[in-house]
Design a protein around this ligand. Sequence first.
Ligand SMILES: O=C(O)C(=O)C[C@H](O)[C@H](O)CO
Ligand SMILES: [Mg+2]
Length: 402
Amino acid sequence: MKIVSAKVIVTCPGRNFVTLKIMTDQGVYGIGDATLNGRELSVVSYLEDHVIPCLIGRDPQQIEDIWQYLYRGAYWRRGPVTMSAISAVDMALWDIKGKIAGLPVYQLLGGRSRTGIMVYGHANGTSIENTIEVAQEYKAMGYKAIRLQCGVPGLASTYGVSKDKMFYEPADADLPTENVWSTEAYMRVVPKLFAAAREALGEEVHLLHDVHHRLTPIEAGRLGRDLEPYRPFWMEDSVVAENQDNFKLIRQHTTTPLAVGEIFSSIWDAKDLIQNQLIDYIRATVVHAGGISHLKKIASFAELYNVRTGCHGATDLSPVCMAAALHFDVSIPNFGIQEYMRHTPETDEVFPHGYYFDKGDLMVSETPGLGVDIDEDLAAKYPYKRAYLPVNRLQDGTLFNW
Ligand SMILES: O=C(O)C(=O)C[C@H](O)[C@H](O)CO
Ligand SMILES: [Mg+2]
């Protein structure tokens, strides 16, 4: 069996997605997500100019060998652009393997470890009351886990809070929007949000929060401690993860579980955090961390240290990535939770898929392969539109972490 051609499809049904499609000499094709929010075209070039020429003529069944070829062969290892491109190839090859075998990909990964995949939805509101109202809607829809983000009094905008409560899209402008940040105001409001939410939503629902890299370690320790009475499921990205010693300091001050890793691109970003048991959930995901093949290695390593997975699943990860993530999630022993921000109906139409939501879980598709496709005619109706993630400044104008 041989790869005969491959192409990259860019479409913007409300937001940009980059999809790789690999064709074989036996008429079977596979697709993979290559979307890197705000930097989409760099991955398109990486794939078209540097990866696709090396794929032609190769046996698509040799997934691991092709992965190593692209990773070691590039000489320049890791990094989000390289790893998103490798991820797309890996996903597409697993899709092909499943189609040839006549099996959903999770069967090739060892089969089911569970029935449904618990997901968390996003409740965001401009005020505490508003956020709780939205969270009640999620609870009514059957969600067992809800992420809470609310507006910060005195700040015009906050990470995770949008005008449209159900579809949060941070990449909102063709040049970066500038947000303004105050740690002090934020630290005052979040414990109040969690107190009110626990009271209103009851004991059982899991509550999550994303700090989005905005605190120092000692501030994160304090926020984690302030949230402990409300038993959060996790506090995500409380600090930036470049200096991983940061997490030692947080751990000394709080038992709130810590999640990190949505911007990680390989096991080397996560290894020290995992083996030193400085985190509880690893959020690396299929599209940015080397595809199913590499994420399996990260999860197996994490399993040794009681670290569970919590894959990134924001709307900038396409339904192709979501489908792949679900095959991974359903098969591994140390699954924790899966993020699920629903895509818009336009996106779902461009990417018809077999996974579905049922009583707080996503159910994986039983169709051979990944169980997701791309409608290329429809995709062509939505041309690429430049869109950037925002930047963040402190109130005195200092550039800060977004
Ligand atoms: O979903 C999350 O947890 C995020 O932090 C969303 C990110 O800001 C978004 O995916 C960036 O592209
Ligand atoms: Mg996040």
